[in-house]
Write a protein that binds this ligand. Sequence first.
Ligand code: HEC
Ligand code: HEC
Length: 476
Amino acid sequence: MFDPSLSIRKPWVLLCFSLFAMVLSHCSLLPTPSDPRFTALEPGEELAGGATTVFDTGPNAFAFSARNMSAARRTDFLVGNSFFEQNWVIAPASTQGRDGLGPLFNARSCSSCHLHDGRGRPPRNQEGMVSMLLRLSIPGQDPHGGPLPHPTYGDQLNERSVPGVPGEAETRLSYTEVPGTYADGTPYRLRRPQIEIHNWAYQAPSQALAVSPRVAPAMIGLGLLESISEADLLTNVDEADADGDGVSGRANFVWDAAAGAHRLGRFGWKANQPNLRQQTAGAFLGDIGITSELFSAENCGEGQDDCAKAPNGGQPELSESMLDQVTFYSQTLAVPARRDADAANVLAGKKLFYEAKCTACHVPSYTTPVREDFPELSNQKIWPYTDLLLHDMGEALADHRADYRADGREWRTPPLWGIGLLETVSGHMELLHDGRARGVAEAVLWHGGEAAAARERFRAMSATERANLVAFVKSL
Ligand code: HEC
Ligand code: HEC
């Protein structure tokens, strides 16, 4: 049920604030009817990625390099792009430098999950997992406070394998329909996923195995997110909810293997990776079975003898320069410009987005600091709509699998930029960490925990208001 007290939890605060706002006509915190942010575009608002922004709206909209990049650096980008798309082959092979696939893997290339640099999705019918994967762990923590891998199956289920080595298991995904109604009586249906793992190749794990399903996120603007200053992100942390708005926001601190220290986590659905280089090396090993200097041991677990005996493609299989080039590629993919950002319904939806306090987590914008090594990412006003922090999203979205400081109910606020182009780029709108939401409205309706009040404000909106809010999100 919609609880009307949620929207006016502290009437006296609102009253004082309104009086204050009347005195200060340019109050920048509380949206007022005359707030210029909701009647016209703010400077640069349509340029989601600052000067990196590109203007393509077709199926390749996510695949461009930063628009402000020099020609020489664009060549490096294209080299990285080719390694991102290249299929790895089984070792030994005559094609030196791209053999070593597996022995256990999920896919043969980065782009098979991040197709067109877009988003993965859950499998349909009986197709098996293609651009989604399952993270695994058992109770406890590794020496750095991270998830404790299963001794045999490791920290990620690898359904595929080279000949002579069994794939680890098979998965089956099904859905239960969950009915609900908006406050105006309009019905809706959500789908709740269930994942079963069967045909384990080795001994079946105990009940205590934690399983976290995750689809591949889009690749746009990641270097910009990596560039946001740590201080800017940490200002939004409010662990004890000192401001009493019901939204806390916690930073994840995760192991940075190259630095040999804990660092702020920014990437992955639980902010479990500190930077794009480690994320990339981790993907090479975990998803494709390609070792690097950073992660040099094949992921063959206890008792996986065929895996351990399979030939490799060199030690390590990935050269440092290739890792650098793919990392550079991930850092310099552009962000597409917003579409119809100044349309009346979009601006009305923007106001509702602020009023519903979606901005408590989906923080609209930042200015990146100067990065000596990345002129194109430096000093850009960007609009990612995320705080990159962890939030308790309630029981319905919980995976019950801790990931460093993230507990089993917490997820990182995902950036919303580019979300309106997903349909065109990736051919679907299956949102949230496991792709359960079929579109923006369903994604919001799954919000719980710290975001329950925002969800209820959405549920209480009229049909026109809901459509405007969705139009705003899809203009991002
Ligand atoms: C089997 C599918 C799959 C393959 C193959 C794959 N990824 Fe991913 N990628 C994912 C998933 C799933 C996540 C989210 C991981 C998480 O939340 O723990 C992800 C996350 C990422 C991220 C972080 C994005 C963000 O918004 O936080 C980057 C960068 C990335 N992958 C790059 C790569 C690169 C580079 C390769 C090739 C070496 C690759 N991926 C291969 C599925 C895949
Ligand atoms: C308390 C923080 C919080 C608030 C408030 C919040 N969100 Fe979210 N939002 C999240 C998190 C965290 C996720 C990812 C959850 C998951 O994947 O399970 C998310 C996911 C989404 C997604 C899906 C994004 C994707 O890439 O799949 C959309 C769309 C979205 N939110 C829109 C909204 C809107 C609109 C509002 C306001 C009505 C809102 N959110 C309020 C934290 C928040």
